[in-house]
Write a protein that binds this ligand. Structure first.
Ligand SMILES: CC(C)(COP(=O)(O)OP(=O)(O)OC[C@H]1O[C@@H](n2cnc3c(N)ncnc32)[C@H](O)[C@@H]1OP(=O)(O)O)[C@@H](O)C(=O)NCCC(=O)NCCS
Length: 171
C-alpha cells in the first residue's frame, strides 16, 4: 500500500531500509519522547523491525500497520496504527531530528488518520503523549484530534510511572 502527501510517501517497510531507519531514529531526542524505541538503535534493531513488519504485512488481519515516512527512497520517519481491535486503533509516530518542524508529521497523521477512518472504517483513532512532549500534542491538535484527558501513571518508562495525555479523532 502507499499513501502520498506532497513529496512524501507512507509505504510498507522493506529490506534495504535498515541504514536509513537506523540513521534517522538513533537519537536520544527520539528515545526521550517514546516508550518502545531504544537508544542506541543500531542496524540489528532496524533489521529486526523490518523483519517483524514483513511478517505482519502477510497477515490478512494484523493488529498493527507500521509504515515508513519515505522521502526520495529514504526512510526519514515512521508512523503506524497498533492495537488495532474492532473499530479502533492507537496511533504512533517518529521523525528523524533533522526533519523536525516542517509540518511533515502533521501531514502524515492527517493522511493515515483519513485512511484509518475512511478505508479501514475505524470509528476511533487515539494517541497518548507524554506531558513533556509539546510538539507531539501540537501535531495531534493540528491534525484535528481532540484532547480527552490526562491518564495518571499510564506508562512505565525506565521503571518510572508517567502520565499520558490522551487524544482521539472519531468518525
Ligand atoms: C513529535 C514529532 C513527531 C513532530 O514531528 P514534526 O514533523 O516536527 O511536527 P510538525 O512540524 O508537523 O509540527 C510540530 C508542531 O509542534 C510545535 N512545537 C515544536 N516544539 C515545541 C515545543 N517545545 N513546545 C510547543 N510547541 C512545539 C511546532 O512549532 C509545530 O507547531 P506549529 O506548526 O503550530 O508551529 C517529532 O518531533 C518527533 O519525532 N519526536 C520524537 C518522537 C515522538 O515524540 N513521537 C511521538 C510520541 S507520542
Amino acid at each position: 500500500m502507499e499513501l502520498k502527501f506532497g513529496e512524501y510517501r507512507l509505504r510498507h517497510f522493506r529490506r534495504g531500509d535498515e541504514p536509513s531507519i537506523a540513521a534517522n531514529i538513533n537519537d536520544r531526542k527520539i528515545e526521550r519522547y517514546t516508550l518502545n524505541i531504544p537508544y542506541p538503535y543500531d542496524l540489528k534493531c532496524a533489521r529486526e523491525w523490518v523483519g517483524f513488519n514483513l511478517k505482519l504485512y502477510r497477515k490478512k488481519q494484523s493488529p498493527q500497520l507500521n509504515l515508513a515516512i519515505d522521502l526520495a527512497g529514504e526512510v526519514i520517519g515512521g508512523i503506524g496504527l497498533f492495537s488495532i481491535s474492532g473499530h479502533r486503533a492507537e496511533l504512533g509516530y517518529w521523525l528523524g531530528v533533522k526533519h523536525w518542524g516542517k509540518g511533515i508529521v502533521t501531514a502524515a497523521v492527517r493522511t493515515l488518520t483519513r485512511h484509518a477512518l475512511k478505508e479501514l472504517k475505524l470509528l476511533r483513532v487515539y494517541a497518548t503523549v507524554l506531558p513533556v512532549n509539546k510538539a507531539s500534542a501540537r501535531v495531534l491538535q493540528k491534525a484535528g484530534y481532540k484532547y480527552e484527558g490526562r491518564m495518571v501513571k499510564q506508562h512505565l518508562k525506565r521503571g518510572k510511572p508517567q502520565d499520558a495525555l490522551l487524544f482521539a479523532k472519531t468518525r
